[in-house]
Write a protein that binds this ligand. Structure first.
Ligand SMILES: NC(=O)C1=CN([C@@H]2O[C@H](COP(=O)(O)OP(=O)(O)OC[C@H]3O[C@@H](n4cnc5c(N)ncnc54)[C@H](OP(=O)(O)O)[C@@H]3O)[C@@H](O)[C@H]2O)C=CC1
Ligand SMILES: CC(=O)N[C@@H](CCC(=O)OP(=O)(O)O)C(=O)O
Length: 349
């Protein structure tokens, strides 16, 4: 059924919100009816984002659940941690479908959320109801759901690169190390010392070592696939670029698998899923090769000396890591082709 629907975006003055607007305005089955701001309601969106001038409904709406329910069928939340935990139950009660790109509804354990996010968790009911929307892996659960916890940017790149090998039992999950790097847009539009030009430019730094909020999210999904608890070493780095994530991952092989076999296994696993592209032998993706797109590109190397596989996975953090995957999940929820409105090539150079 290809009936079009109306969408509202909360957090429209942030990077995730702006990217949702950019992508949804070109979606053939979605009509943006409300762009919402808590701090600038009544002002033109173009005051914040001149690049969106004359592209969508321009005046920012107040955040009012009844108002949204009167205008929209689905709501995207591109808001900081803590907002969706409070707001999602109210939006659902008003009959709206909810797609949350924050981390509020991803962890099934409320105590894990409180430990890693240092905020009160969403209700047990909301946590139980939300579906973890890693589209290519849990798409069957997304279908027909009305509450999606869109995966984090780092977990999307990492999990798409690891899950087929873990599911096949080809790597020992207890040996996984994820070395991840992100562009600065991953930290949002708000000003902070760490995102300051002179702090980031010509610099490369590690942050939140062993404390990153995406660690329990990655472990939750890997444990589910492995059928036993999995813990990982996960280190994030800030790179002087605007968009992009690269996760370089290492794990010990359980048997004698070659890089060619990994390539074949992953091609089979992602068969028919257009947004995961597996590179040929000896070729490794770079972030620019997915910039502005919903693709996740993955390459493999096997070291016969160390008996370890290296998996390189790249995404655009704002697209496949946020707005793009959120729209892919909307497509799946609605029973539309998952690529609807998203099948455009990366921007290069
Ligand atoms: N940037 C990225 O690459 C990714 C981000 N995410 C997650 O998506 C969410 C949004 O990220 P991003 O767009 O980068 O962040 P930004 O800081 O760029 O934007 C967040 C927006 O949320 C709005 N907001 C702030 N407080 C509230 C509130 N109490 N109620 C409603 N809205 C509020 C603000 O708009 P206003 O003041 O106008 O209301 C602001 O523009 C975050 O949870 C982030 O962790 C997930 C994956 C990737
Ligand atoms: C570069 C950078 O700072 N990135 C952010 C990604 C934040 C994010 O996406 O947070 P949630 O998924 O938890 O909502 C970080 O590392 O915290």
């Amino acid at each position: 059924m290809n009936q079009s629907i109306r969408a509202a975006i909360i957090g429209a003055t942030g990077y995730g919100g702006a990217e949702l607007i950019r992508l949804l305005q070109a979606h053939p089955l979605v009509h943006i009816t409300s762009v919402i701001s808590t701090s600038n309601a009544g002002a033109p969106l173009a005051e914040h984002f001149p690049h969106l001038q004359e592209i969508v409904v321009d005046i920012l709406d107040v955040l009012d659940v009844e108002l949204i329910a009167g205008k929209a069928d689905v709501v995207f939340l591109a808001t900081p941690a803590g907002v969706s935990a409070e707001l999602s139950p109210k939006l659902l009660a008003a009959g709206l479908k909810v797609i949350d790109i924050s981390g509020d509804l991803r962890l099934k354990s409320a105590s894990d959320y409180e430990k890693w996010y240092k905020k009160p968790a969403a209700s047990e009911e909301a946590l139980a109801r939300s579906i973890y929307g890693l589209s290519e892996v849990f798409g069957d659960e997304v279908k027909g759901s009305d509450l999606i916890a869109n995966p984090g940017c780092y977990p999307t790149a990492s999990l798409l690169g690891l899950i087929p090998a873990v599911e096949a039992g080809w790597i020992d999950p207890s040996t996984i190390i994820i070395d991840a790097k992100s562009g600065v847009s991953g930290s949002g539009r708000g000003l902070s010392l760490g995102a300051h030009y002179s702090e980031v430019n010509e610099n490369f730094s590690a942050y939140k070592i062993n404390k990153h909020q995406h660690i329990p999210e990655i472990e939750q999904a890997l444990s589910r696939i492995a059928g036993k608890p999995v813990v990982t070493t996960f280190t994030t780095h800030l790179v002087p670029m605007t968009r992009g994530i690269m996760a370089t991952m290492y794990a010990t092989l359980t048997g004698e698998h070659t890089a060619e076999e990994f390539i074949e296994k992953y091609r089979q696993y992602y068969e028919g899923r257009k947004f995961v592209r597996i590179r040929p032998l000896g070729k490794y993706p770079s972030t620019k090769e997915v910039t502005g797109s919903n693709y996740c590109d993955i390459g493999f190397a096997v070291d016969e000396r160390t008996k370890r596989v290296t998996i390189v996975s790249v995404i655009d953090n704002v697209v496949k890591g946020a707005a793009g995957q959120a729209i892919q999940n909307l497509n799946i929820m609605q029973g539309w082709d998952e690529t609807t409105g998203l099948l455009f090539a990366p921007v290069y150079p």
